[in-house]
Design a protein around this ligand. Structure first.
Ligand code: CP
Length: 314
């Protein structure tokens, strides 16, 4: 299916066919990344601004590398050294960048809706790199890509997302992507962080961790997002680890081929035992690697690319 969107703002508004177009295109770009010369000219002459107004390690470096591999010109905006510090608004900042004839803005911001807002006030392509607790669409796409690569298919898989769901943009984007692609999604964590209102998104909610992971094909762990919580939502980190952390005893009661995912950053010894994070069943670093191909695919499609055959030809 062709892609007609000038922006990538969320997963909620995408169809299953559009998600699969990204995943198929990413597969072609992954092959490009395995060649001796990893660069293609798809974005030659185009300028991308990485506008990260919230910290990031994986997403920011992965977008930058993707842009380099597509031969784009790149500006890495440093919020701390910008006139945002003097009170300039996001809208004025973005419009001044656009006045420099840039073509893409990759935006990460602590406010939900920041990417949608920019898409309404700019002519440039806007890609959401995480907006508050709302969505992180490229994370969900790289997670879906990783699951499909390892398990062959997503439809019919049982995926358990365990942790702080309420404050997680990764959880929301993953729920949309996985349910659209036919997975059965279970959510688990402290009741204060996993409200039953999430059932309206088409997933199951349980507070029994052993039951949540027993039959799972994928166990996707999330960290506690302290930076978004304005009040205490559970007694202590130690109690969270005891009740919901993935340790060897819990892992022993899961399917032997169940795989472990985590979007990072990982809090070792809190939501996951350190040795499980580094084990053969962990896909954590594969997720990071696949982020490059997926973000190349998103940039390519948003720029007007039609599908994976053009990538292979390029
Ligand atoms: N997964 C993720 O968004 O990580 P960063 O915050 O390091 O980009």
């Amino acid at each position: 299916m062709p892609w007609h969107r000038p922006h990538l703002l969320d997963i909620e508004s995408l169809s299953a066919a559009e998600i699969l177009t990204v995943l198929d295109t990413a597969r072609a770009f992954k092959a490009v990344g395995e060649r001796a010369i990893k660069k293609v000219p798809a974005l030659r002459g185009r300028t991308v601004v990485n506008l990260f107004i919230e910290p990031s390690t994986r997403t920011r470096t992965s977008f930058e590398l993707s842009e380099q591999r597509l031969s784009a010109d790149i500006i890495n905006f440093t919020a701390e050294a910008s006139s945002l510090k003097k009170g300039e608004s996001l809208k004025d900042t973005a419009r001044n960048l656009e006045a420099l004839n840039i073509d893409f803005i990759i935006i990460r911001h602590s406010a939900a809706g920041a990417a949608h807002f920019l898409s309404r006030v700019l002519n440039a392509h806007v890609i959401n790199a995480g907006d508050g607790a709302h969505e992180h669409p490229t994370q969900a796409l790289l997670d879906a890509f990783t699951i499909r690569e390892r398990k062959g298919n997503i439809a019919g898989l049982k995926v358990t997302i365990l942790g702080d769901i309420l404050f997680s943009r990764v959880a929301r984007s993953n729920i949309w992507a996985l349910t659209k692609l036919g997975a059965q999604v279970t959510l688990c964590g402290p009741a204060t962080l996993v409200p039953r209102t999430f059932e309206a998104m088409g997933c199951r909610v349980t507070y029994n961790v052993d039951e949540a992971i027993r039959d799972a094909d994928i166990i996707h762990l999330l960290r506690i997002q302290h930076e978004r919580q304005r009040k205490t939502v559970f007694p202590s980190i130690g109690e969270y680890t005891q009740l919901f952390g993935l340790n060897q005893a819990r892992l022993a009661k899961t399917k032997p081929d169940a795989l472990i995912m985590h979007p990072g950053p990982v809090n070792r010894g809190v939501e996951i035992d350190s040795d499980i994070a580094d084990s053969k069943r962990s896909l954590i670093l594969e997720q990071v690697t696949n982020g490059i191909a997926v973000r190349m695919a998103v940039l390519f499609l948003v720029n007007g690319g039609k599908g994976p055959q053009e990538v292979a030809a390029g």
